[in-house]
Design a protein around this ligand. Structure first.
Ligand code: GRF
Length: 218
């Protein structure tokens, strides 16, 4: 079975969603380790409660980004994962780190990229008055919140929404599409062609490659 390492910095709800799907057999992966950039991340306890090896690679204990990224890479490589999953990981990664895991490094971002890269996406979406908001899973490239898009989910912005209500609506979709993206990856169905992600449909009895659909198969 393919294995993943999940990188977190905080609450860890995306990590929990993936770990619980792996544990109940609905997602065919082994979560080899959870790594946190912060010692106070709530997700560490959630990982421990599930019996998942969890480690802190504290960014404040490293002199610079390169030293932190090197320590992080050592912790990841100890597990030899097939895929590295960023799930609320709040550090900007060096170009060298991104290159090391090129094609096997996924991130989730709480907006419909390329709209609203960076922080405070829900507040900015409300301020902009968009009627649709959402989330994106993408392969990581050196540019922040940029890279070939695997899957997106859209949610309506409803009159009277505040950023907490909107965030909760988006988060439910984050959990759904991240499970789907990881499933596609470990099934070997994703390829990057010309900077865009294509999904191999042969396992669905179809031939050829099409753009991923926002549909969970199981
Ligand atoms: C999510 O909204 C994710 O998209 C963003 O940070 C948040 C992390 O939430 N990058 P959690 O730690 O997975 O609960």
């Amino acid at each position: 079975m393919k294995s993943i390492v999940i990188l977190i910095s905080g609450r860890g709800s995306n990590m929990v969603s993936l770990a619980d799907a792996a544990a109940n057999g609905s997602l065919p992966v082994r979560v080899a380790s959870v790594l946190s950039s912060r010692p106070d991340a709530a997700g560490l306890a959630a990982a421990a409660a599930r019996g998942i090896p969890a480690r802190v690679v504290d960014h404040r204990r490293h002199a610079d980004r390169e030293a932190f990224d090197a320590a992080l890479a050592r912790a990841i490589d100890d597990c030899s994962p097939d895929l590295v999953v960023l799930a609320g990981f709040m550090r900007i990664l060096s170009d060298g780190f991104v290159a090391r895991y090129a094609g096997r490094l996924l991130n989730i971002h709480p907006s419909l990229l390329p709209a609203f890269p960076g922080l405070h996406t829900h507040r900015r979406a409300l301020e902009a008055g968009v009627r649709l908001h959402g989330c994106t899973v993408h392969f990581v490239t050196p540019a922040l919140d940029h890279g070939p898009i695997v899957i997106q989910a859209a949610v309506p912005v409803i009159d009277g929404d505040d950023k907490e209500r909107l965030a909760a609506r988006v988060l439910a979709q984050e959990h759904r599409i991240y499970r789907q993206a990881v499933r596609w990856f470990v099934e070997g169905r994703l390829a990057i062609v010309g900077g865009r992600v294509v999904l191999d449909m042969e396992q669905d009895g179809a031939s050829g490659l099409i753009s991923p659909r926002a549909v969970e198969r199981r």
